[in-house]
Design a protein around this ligand. Structure first.
Ligand SMILES: Nc1nc2c(ncn2[C@@H]2O[C@H](COP(=O)(O)OP(=O)(O)OP(=O)(O)O)[C@@H](O)[C@H]2O)c(=O)[nH]1
Ligand SMILES: [Mg+2]
Length: 319
């Protein structure tokens, strides 16, 4: 623990090597991540946390590459955390990310880190949340998180970021039917990237249609960009900053963050309970329980009651 504390002190004092070491530990050791998260809790809350999500290949990394110099125009430093969901596909993309983000990452005012994901989604979520807290505690004023908008992941980003930017491409409506609702709900701002390709107008119309179905007013800003040449990126950065300043001015930022912390805690509690219930069901007493349920000799209510007792360590109640 002392070593951990020393590392944390060094990281907070601005030592990059200590920060890098802590990030590795967070990634590899979820018990460590949990302890650190508790140590960090009182320190966090200063940074503007920006999530960039969207379908594979939408241009998220290229956009971040363009956003970085803009972020450094308004802030002293900026950190980037690229989250890689545990699929072999994105491991390849990770390499690409490193290459494409190479440009500005060499400056000491930029810290770019890819979180390779070992283990389950809960583990990734925990490691990412703690990494963000860590950057925040170490006084990185802007933290940009890149995450794939597939399935649950874009909803996780809502629990981490102050601003969620959803990057889409012309033709999005035809290709990503399945995940349209999730992405639309997750976004505070929308980018139609690759606007150099045909179909940006109809994508904007379609997006507006989906957005107007949600009870959200005012409608989120939609910006068109060409990340490869930087067109529209000034406007995008402007929109990100002005929304954040508005939240601060209205006093809504604190409320938003409270709600976010509660969602994150809820998620963590449920994941832990799920894991414990699964472990308990896998025990021999749990197995006997499962057999009775399957045979129809025990009601689901009674099963729940007995399982809860098992969870509390009450072996006497085991079937
Ligand atoms: N024509 C065009 N190509 C773009 C634009 N933005 C990005 N690209 C290209 O699209 C490809 C994917 O870009 P990335 O930035 O890697 O996209 P990503 O969303 O980070 O991809 P993953 O992390 O793999 O999901 C690259 O070849 C980029 O050069 C754009 O505005 N116009
Ligand atoms: Mg990428």
């Amino acid at each position: 623990m002392t070593r951990e504390h020393n590392l944390l002190q060094d990281a907070i004092a601005g030592k990059r090597a200590a920060l890098a070491r802590l990030l590795s530990n967070v990634e590899n050791d979820s018990a460590f991540a949990m302890r650190l998260a508790q140590d960090l809790a009182p320190h966090a809350g200063r940074a503007h946390i920006i999530g960039i999500t969207g379908p594979p290949g939408a241009g998220k990394s290229t956009l971040i590459n363009q956003l970085l110099p803009r972020a450094l125009g308004t802030h002293e430093r900026a950190a980037v955390l690229a989250v890689d969901p545990s699929s072999p596909f994105s491991r390849g993309a990770l390499l690409g990310d490193r290459v494409r983000m190479q440009g500005p990452s060499t400056g000491s005012n930029v810290f770019i880190r890819s979180m390779a994901s070992r283990g389950d989604q809960g583990g990734i979520a925990r490691a990412t949340a703690t990494a963000v807290q860590l950057f925040d505690a170490c006084d990185w004023p802007v933290i940009i998180i890149e995450t794939l908008g597939i399935g649950q992941v874009e909803l996780d980003i809502m629990n981490l970021a102050d601003t969620v930017v959803v990057a889409l491409n012309p033709g999005w409506g035809d290709t990503f039917q399945a995940n349209k609702a999730g992405l639309t709900e997750a976004g505070d701002l929308f980018v139609i990237n690759k606007a150099d390709r045909p179909g940006a107008d109809s994508t904007r119309r379609e997006l507006l249609e989906s957005l107007s179905l949600l009870a959200r007013r005012p409608l989120p800003t939609i910006v068109e960009t060409v990340a490869t040449d930087g067109s529209g990126v000034d406007e995008l950065w402007g929109a990100i900053c002005s929304r954040f300043m508005q939240l601060q001015a209205d006093g809504d930022l604190a409320t938003l963050r409270q709600a976010r912390r509660m969602r994150l805690a809820n998620k963590s509690i449920r994941a832990e309970l799920d894991a414990r219930a699964a472990a308990s069901l896998a025990s021999s007493a749990g197995q006997r329980l499962t057999e009775r349920v399957a045979a129809g000799t025990m009601s689901s209510e009674e099963t729940t009651r007995v399982l809860l007792q098992l969870l509390q360590g009450d072996q006497a109640s085991a079937p």
